[in-house]
Design a protein around this ligand. Sequence first.
Ligand code: ARG
Length: 286
Amino acid sequence: MTASPLIMMVDPAHYEVSYQINPWMEPGTWAADSQANGERARASFAALRSALTGAGARVTTVAGIAGLPDMVFPANAAVVLDRRVLVARFAWPQRQGETDAFVETFAALARHNIIEEVATFPEDSVHEGAGDAIWDQRRRFFWAGHGQRTNLAGVHAVEDFFRQKTVRLELATPDYYHLDTCFCPLSGGHVLYYPKAFTEEGLRTIEAHVAPEQRIVASDEDAAALCVNAVNLGRTVVMAKAPPALRARLEAAGYEVREVDLGPFILSGGAAYCMTLRLDRSSDPA
Ligand code: ARG
């Protein structure tokens, strides 16, 4: 029997929207009622956490740091596979302090034997972690997003460190700035994705690897609700409040959808997947 999924989350005590580094972020809306927004964020975080544990995951919640509000999106902290961790090198100065903070976090997890090895991306590279390197357990390779927050040197560093196949997908728009905002491989081999986020070549690459009957194409509305940014655990898909048509299509494909109100985090351009980091991904056949 395989152990249940292990997910890292970051406590939202220091979460806020205080700068703008993607088109979704609204510091003014946040500031207009920061206290209520902070409370809503904490409730929303708790609801996501319980949806994940309800779907069978173990969640370890680590502390955030004041002044680094986007730590609450640990999908960007690192790429993790086979208990080996490559800690991100962030594109924007506002997030660059997270690298040292997460190195500390992973060092602590290593002391608890949860992971084995911690390294950082080389200096010439920019890479925002599991947001741009999504392990496809079914196909056993990394889908590698680049072109917005992550550069090709970052993709090469993932290849060198993990020695696994990567399939590159170039992102075409600042609205869908991490691969996880527009692309989600599912346990049954389906892929939920938003075509407009990709270059022509990126789209052709997806179509070359994913059979037509496995493609679940997100609508503008699905993408704008950040529902593609979902966490898939077995047959369960945990996501932000979803348009009914998306829910119906996923159910028809054999999945059970659990929706969580993630409004306070969507105000920063993040949703379910961004708020998690799988620590237990393994390159072994499942
Ligand atoms: N405000 C954050 C940023 O712009 C949101 C990150 C969302 N994370 C993700 N993996 N898509 O960096």
